[in-house]
Design a protein around this ligand. Structure first.
Ligand SMILES: Cc1cc2nc3c(=O)[nH]c(=O)nc-3n(C[C@H](O)[C@H](O)[C@H](O)COP(=O)(O)O)c2cc1C
Length: 205
């Protein structure tokens, strides 16, 4: 089938893109409003974009409706310039999902989901501390670029020889098609080492 996204019905681009750009990592973003109220919400329009400097990107659509009302996460980041990306792993998946409920701004998802929080993270095994680099308003969406200024990872998930992340033990999850489907990452089925040009020429690989 072919889909003309310029002429298709509202919502079609979302349904198709989230099914095809998958699996996606999930950022459970904690941010604070000006009064110090903690907010948490998951975002899978998310990835790292470069490492020198270390920049991550997050796509946040406005709330549905005619008004251009930003989600609490986007509003908080614009006002405070700070946020934390908590890595979503299998053990916090249910709590992460509660944080996606559209609670009024004065209700903290962090408490409602039953998260215990340290100053900048929400019970996650790993977290990226970010400063807003810039926010671009594009149509009904905002693309937030964050500079990662510090990373926290529980010791048991770090192989200090790299340092590398023991990804097969961390058990991060990925989001699939927007119908509530997720994938595990600890059933990696193959390892494909990169090939240097020298190896390629020698025919060894
Ligand atoms: C796994 C998952 C991923 C999500 N990804 C996004 C996303 O990338 N962009 C977005 O705008 N909303 C996304 N949402 C919806 C938001 O989490 C939801 O609108 C939330 O209520 C926003 O909260 P806030 O107003 O506190 O920022 C996602 C929801 C789930 C469950």
């Amino acid at each position: 089938m072919n889909f003309d996204l310029e002429r298709g019905p509202a919502g079609q681009a979302y349904k198709l893109l989230v099914g095809l750009v998958a699996p996606r990592p999930i950022a459970l973003i904690t941010s604070m409003d000006e009064d110090g109220q903690l907010n948490a919400a998951p975002f899978s329009a998310y990835n790292y974009l470069c490492t020198d400097p270390p920049i991550i990107g997050v796509g946040v659509t406005n709330r549905p409706g005619q008004q251009f009302v930003p989600k609490d996460t986007a509003r908080n980041i614009r006002r405070t310039g700070e946020f934390v990306v908590n890595v979503v792993t299998e053990d916090i998946a249910e709590k992460m999902n509660i944080c996606a409920t559209d609670f009024p701004a004065e209700m903290s998802e962090v408490d409602l989901a039953g998260f215990t929080t340290a100053p900048s993270q929400a019970e996650a095994h790993a977290a990226l501390e970010c400063r807003e680099y810039t926010t671009m308003e594009i149509g009904r969406s905002r693309i937030i670029l964050g500079r990662v200024v510090a990373i926290y990872v529980e010791d048991r998930y770090v192989d200090p020889t790299g340092p590398y992340i023991k990804a097969d033990e961390l058990h991060a999850i990925g989001r699939m098609n927007g119908l509530g489907n997720y994938v595990r990452t600890h059933d990696a089925f193959m390892t494909i080492p990169r090939i240097s040009y020298e190896e390629w020429k020698s025919g060894k690989r």
